[in-house]
Design a protein around this ligand. Structure first.
Ligand SMILES: *Cc1c(COP(=O)(O)O)cnc(C)c1O
Length: 411
């Protein structure tokens, strides 16, 4: 197994500062209370008559370095908008990784398009560009590159493959606020970038999401798609519609909350980075606990999750579940992470539904299965361990506690 390389991400050191550990989540103070009260008292609770959502969009566009940002109801909605404006529908294939949150795949299924899995690189758990290239067919209409855990995989290679075949890339950056590839923020490298502000994510609006793009025409379509077909310039009294859409709007309360939360993310992200880098160093002393690698040009890892591999053979055959139980008894709650999506029953059940049978004929699941086995994901995901972003916000006593827990496990 390759060791994590410390080349592209500069070391982060923090000024000494007392911080409770483990850190409580969410983090808020009077700033959030004042912002929410202001919206409440204004009586302008929807984006149609307020300014809080538009204000947040302007700030998030600046943060990501993309000219167009549209806030939407959640990360799933962001993916629906992206696929919707690209015209994805029945008969279209969309390449996705099998190691991601199910929302990435659900968004494709909502359009009755066919999710096609490109297996992961076992060292990074990110989509493997070689497998992406193999899965391209004349029906491939989009590639969704997920920045799993907040790290960036081999995005450059995926973009090059997509460009060669003239296929748009959607970045699923739901876990990757502030992550960078080649010194540029994620989200703007492909056609459209998607973010989530759901309560567990590194930027928390309770629920919420955003799409970002450099393409003004796609941005205009995205607005209409999320606003039940009504474009930005359409007067409220006109009821003429060019395209089908839905109501995927964010509320003013969430817009105001997100702007307040945004003022904290740089500092929080630095703390996660500093803790993660110390954990990297600590784990160099543990054969059998290997941090997942990042792509060659990942210049900043957002660390929504710190992913590592646990090799039972290096610990006398003791299983991952036992390791997690041991650590949890030490007050360090780690997680086993995602199950391999390609083996979950929702795919077979979807492909055997009336809509899929109508569009693709019978026997779709069996045919699909042969091309979508993803053995690397099945085996590797058995060994993955997650440290969540809230743990990574812990104070200076966290690394010593991890060290005590790990030492006790190794014996
Ligand atoms: C959370 C998440 C989503 C969905 O976001 P919601 O806001 O929960 O709808 C999509 N993709 C990935 C990779 C996620 O982690």
């Amino acid at each position: 197994m390759r060791r994590r390389q410390f080349v592209s991400i500069p070391a982060v050191t923090l000024a000494a500062e007392p911080s409770p550990s483990p850190t409580s989540w969410p983090v808020f103070d009077q700033t959030e209370e004042d912002s929410l009260t202001k919206v409440l008292r204004s009586g302008k609770w929807g984006r149609g008559n307020g300014t809080a959502v538009a204000d947040f969009e302007a700030r998030y566009a600046a943060l990501t370095g993309t000219p167009h940002c549209l806030a939407v109801a959640n990360g799933t909605s962001a993916l629906l908008v992206a696929l919707g404006v690209l015209g994805i529908g029945p008969g279209d294939e969309v390449i996705v990784p099998p190691y991601t949150f199910i929302a990435t795949v659900n968004a494709v299924l909502r359009f009755h398009a066919l999710p096609v899995f490109a297996d992961v690189d076992p060292a990074s758990m990110q989509m493997d560009p070689k497998r992406v290239a193999e899965q391209i067919t004349p029906r491939t209409r989009a590639i969704i590159m997920v920045h799993m855990a907040g790290a960036v995989g081999e995005l450059g290679e995926v973009l090059a493959i997509a460009k060669k075949h003239n296929i748009p890339v959607i970045e699923d950056a739901a876990q990757a606020h502030l992550a960078e590839w080649d010194h540029k923020h994620v989200g703007g490298h492909g056609a459209i970038g998607c973010f989530s502000f759901q309560a567990s994510k590194n930027l928390n609006g309770g629920e919420g999401g955003a799409v970002v793009t450099h393409d003004a025409a796609l941005a205009a379509k995205a607005f209409a798609f999320h606003n039940n077909s009504r474009g930005r310039t359409q007067p409220g009294t006109e009821f003429h519609y060019e395209m089908s859409g839905a109501n995927l709007r964010l509320t003013e309360f969430q817009g105001a909350l997100l702007t307040a939360q945004m003022s904290r993310i740089e500092k929080q992200s630095k703390r996660r980075l500093a803790n993660a880098q110390q954990l990297d160093q600590l784990l160099t002393r543990y054969d059998g606990l290997t941090p997942c690698t990042v792509g060659k040009a990942c210049t900043r890892n957002a660390y929504h999750l710190y992913m590592l591999r646990y090799e039972a053979a290096k610990f006398g055959g003791r299983k991952r579940a036992e390791f997690l139980r041991h650590m949890s008894q030490q007050g360090l709650s780690l997680s086993a992470g995602y199950s391999p999506l390609q083996d979950e029953p929702f795919l077979k059940n979807s492909f055997e539904s009336r809509g899929y049978q109508f569009a693709y004929g019978k026997g779709l699941y069996e045919k699909w299965r042969k091309k979508n086995d993803c053995p690397v994901n099945r085996q590797s995901s058995e060994e993955v361990v997650w440290v969540t972003q809230t743990q990574l916000l812990s104070g200076p006593d966290w690394i010593p506690r991890m060290e005590r827990g790990l030492k006790a496990w190794r014996g």
